[in-house]
Ligand binder design. Structure first.
Ligand SMILES: [Zn+2]
Length: 117
């Protein structure tokens, strides 16, 4: 019976080693993804900063106005969560079809979706 127990233990050890190796590979992939996301955030941050500086210089648009606009856009989905998600849609109040939140009018029936401004 001991040989059976030893074989079982060896198989368990082998499976756990395999799982450990897979977890190590998964962790490396996740770290690479995080690094890529950090680089994208850094580039977007630089782009936003450059765009705002140029907007402020050429039009006088202030940081307070920028924050107000950010709040307006954030609240388009009804939640002040500091997020902008143009992909998620909402339903048109007139025809009920799915439309992008960023559109001023319904793609299908033309109904106004967002207040002006
Ligand atoms: Zn519609």
């Amino acid at each position: 019976m001991s040989w059976f127990w030893d074989a079982f233990q060896q198989r368990e050890i082998g499976e756990n080693r395999k799982k450990s190796g897979e977890a190590h590979v998964d962790a490396k992939i996740a770290l690479r993804s995080i690094k890529q996301l950090e680089e994208k955030v850094d580039r977007l941050s630089l782009l936003c900063h450059a765009l705002f500086e140029e907007l402020e210089r050429t039009t006088g648009f202030s940081e307070a106005q920028l924050k107000e606009k950010m709040t307006q856009i954030d609240l388009r989905d009804g939640r002040a969560d500091g997020k902008y998600d143009p992909v998620k849609g909402s339903n048109c109040p007139d025809c009920g079809r799915q439309v992008k939140k960023t559109r001023p009018n319904c793609f299908w029936c033309g109904a106004r979706l967002q207040p002006l401004g």
